[in-house]
Write a protein that binds this ligand. Structure first.
Ligand SMILES: Nc1ncnc2c1ncn2[C@@H]1O[C@H](COP(=O)(O)OP(=O)(O)O)[C@@H](O)[C@H]1O
Ligand SMILES: [Mg+2]
Length: 359
């Protein structure tokens, strides 16, 4: 693929904060950005050249949008695969491809795919009806996490089952949707690997952050992770194996549990830029948003070297109503431009650069 030249138009499916930060990075490299999303008001739609407001099944509007763009990408993994097919039918490239999207949209397919390429996940059972739960629970050792196969995020669509008495409530919590039941993992910590793969097949990873979740939502990501070098290297190697196997183009985040003995258990992956990589623009030579744009435009990847120890703190709900007078001068603040601070809503984040790296 010939590189997409500065001045071209990058289309993004999805209007959230990830799209907004992708748009900012693309604009800095000289691109124009068009956003396609159903919402009338959206963080990314306020930071672009043109906002195409439409449904993901509006063939005519998606086609017109695709024709107006030189390359299309996405910031949201639950875009219907059919929408990506409509775009590709116009001859405009869409990255990442349908494979990354389809596999990551279904937790059962995702785990089977990871296991198939030699990446360990929690033991799991596919749950099609509430009658499947009791035997699966027994096989998994009596405790499990029920997760909807599709459309869960920020801990939504999940319910713990710690005894057969919990089954009915858990099944009601997930609204009887098709699920997987996963064995509970007694992890020592959670990390993620941000990895980029370009349309030329070049790959690069960043140092894996240590991620702390609160109420199922990412609260803090920090680097260094505190893990031994060989564990980090093994995690990075898994992420590269994954993007190569998917033929993925763009950034991808692989979430991993680390067991007390250092073994890695993959949790899930997102075929896009990720909240746990929000520290990379401030702490690394090249951040995840710029890298994603480079990758989908067929540019060489940037250097992912980490220049600082760093901590990224999410501003969730009311915490996102920032009083500028209360900021520390060293805090790098990013706000997503959301007008209403609902509980659990990601409003922005702060990155703190800690020690400069000397090595
Ligand atoms: N099998 C598991 N065992 C223990 N904790 C889990 C397990 N699966 C998920 N969790 C916890 O719940 C969080 C959210 O689950 P995840 O599958 O990543 O869903 P989401 O799509 O909401 O991010 C994880 O980051 C982890 O803290
Ligand atoms: Mg997750």
């Amino acid at each position: 693929m010939t590189p997409v030249a500065p001045g071209s138009v990058i289309g993004i499916l999805g209007g959230g904060q990830l799209g907004r930060m992708l748009a900012n990075a693309a604009q800095r490299l000289g691109f124009d950005v068009d956003i396609y999303c159903p919402e009338a008001v959206a963080p990314a739609a306020r930071a672009c050249r043109r906002h195409w407001q439409g449904a993901y099944d509006d063939t005519a509007l998606l086609t017109e949008f695709a024709k107006a763009c030189d390359v299309v990408t996405l910031e949201f993994e639950n875009i219907p695969v059919a929408a990506t097919e409509i775009i590709e039918a116009t001859g405009t490239h869409l990255f990442p491809g349908a494979k990354s999207l389809a596999v990551s949209q279904d937790r059962a397919d995702e785990k089977a795919f990871l296991n198939g390429i030699g990446i360990a996940t929690a033991d799991y059972r596919v749950i099609d009806s509430d009658l499947d739960i009791a035997p699966a629970l027994l096989e998994l050792g009596g405790t499990g996490l029920l997760k909807t196969r599709r459309e869960g995020y920020d801990g939504k669509g999940q319910a713990w089952i710690r005894s057969p008495h919990d089954i009915a409530t858990a099944w009601a919590d997930v609204l009887g949707a098709p699920c997987v039941l996963e064995a509970g993992i007694a992890f020592e910590r959670e990390i993620s690997v941000l990895v980029a793969r370009s349309s030329r097949g070049e790959t690069a990873t960043w140092a894996p952050p240590h991620n702390v979740h609160r109420d199922g939502i990412l609260a803090i990501s920090s680097v260094p992770s505190g893990l031994p070098h060989d564990v980090e290297q093994a995690a990075r190697a898994q992420a590269i194996r994954l993007v190569d196997a998917l033929g993925h183009v763009g950034v991808l985040a692989l979430e991993l549990f680390v067991l007390p003995d250092g073994r890695l258990i993959a949790n899930e992956f997102a075929p896009r830029v990720h909240n746990s990589g929000h520290w990379t623009p401030e702490a690394c030579q090249t951040g995840q948003f710029e890298q994603h744009i480079r990758a989908i435009c067929g540019w060489p990847l940037g250097d992912t070297r980490r220049l600082f120890d760093a901590e990224m703190v999410n501003l969730i709900g009311e915490a996102g109503l920032v009083d500028p007078d209360k900021l520390s001068p060293g805090d790098v603040l990013t706000l997503y431009g959301k007008h209403e601070a609902r509980p659990g809503r990601k409003m922005g984040h702060i990155t703190r650069r800690l020690n400069p790296r000397k090595d």
